[in-house]
Design a protein around this ligand. Structure first.
Ligand SMILES: Cc1cc2nc3c(=O)[nH]c(=O)nc-3n(C[C@H](O)[C@H](O)[C@H](O)COP(=O)(O)OP(=O)(O)OC[C@H]3O[C@@H](n4cnc5c(N)ncnc54)[C@H](O)[C@@H]3O)c2cc1C
Length: 201
């Protein structure tokens, strides 16, 4: 292989993104609807390795453990709280359309694709836009202190040039607060014995 050839994860030289087939908005929805479920009694027989414990890895480890899997979570730093996710200060997007300003899953999908200079995997970004609705609820349930309107409803602002207000935020500390929420969920599962942490590893 020439030194400037693209690196690929597979041995045969092809780059397989493993995106399911079908029309773009339905790819992951169809896949999730048809994927085989694992019997709850059998989940504890499976060990899952999670590498990294930022917002993505930490949430995956905590959630998989809550489902009953045995999770081994590897963290390069001394604590999951040191992950780069702590730097995300502006807020987290959710296409809830609380403001009734015309937002939708499709608009969040399109803005995210555009914001990524059209280089992201479209099906995966669509999945992100779909589950953005639940992620806000999950974070609020974990205790993330999102900003609220005087009446108690979660507040939104327009962020990153978006023409709709869909960004949920916690002052200028959203990443830190999200990571603390995620870390607490992870700690609960570590204490329960479902997650074995491997820090500095
Ligand atoms: C300055 C800044 C501001 C941002 N602002 C926003 C914002 O306002 N809103 C927003 O939505 N997004 C924002 N982002 C983007 C957002 O922070 C990231 O997309 C997101 O946090 C990535 O989360 P992650 O869990 O995938 O990665 P990370 O938080 O980087 O976590 C990955 C973890 O894996 C560890 N790791 C990596 N390799 C290994 C290995 N081999 N073994 C063990 N551990 C390993 C790393 O050390 C790290 O702890 C911002 C990003 C930056 C840098």
């Amino acid at each position: 292989m020439a030194s400037n050839a693209p690196r690929t994860p597979s041995s045969n030289g092809s780059l397989d993104s493993a995106v399911p087939p079908g029309p773009l908005p339905d790819k992951w929805t169809d896949y999730k609807a048809k994927a085989k479920l694992i019997n709850p009694a059998n989940k504890r027989k499976y060990s899952v390795i999670v590498v990294g414990s930022g917002l993505a890895g930490g949430a995956a480890a905590a959630t998989l453990s809550e489902l009953g899997y045995q999770v081994k979570c590897f963290c390069y730093q001394d604590s999951p709280r040191r992950a780069h996710s702590i730097a995300a200060q502006g807020g987290i997007n959710g296409a809830k359309n609380y403001q009734n300003d015309g937002d939708s899953v499709w608009r969040l999908f399109y803005d995210t694709i555009k914001g990524g200079d059209f280089r992201s995997r479209e099906a995966n970004v669509h999945l992100l836009a779909e589950i953005s609705l639940q992620i806000i609820d999950q974070c609020a349930a974990q205790g993330v202190p999102f900003a609220r309107e005087y009446g108690g409803a979660l507040a939104n602002r327009s962020f990153g040039g978006a023409q709709v207000s869909r960004t949920f935020y916690a002052r200028g500390q959203t990443g830190q607060q999200l990571l603390l929420g995620c870390y607490q969920a992870l700690e609960k599962e570590i204490a329960k014995g479902g997650v074995k942490m491997h820090p500095r590893t």
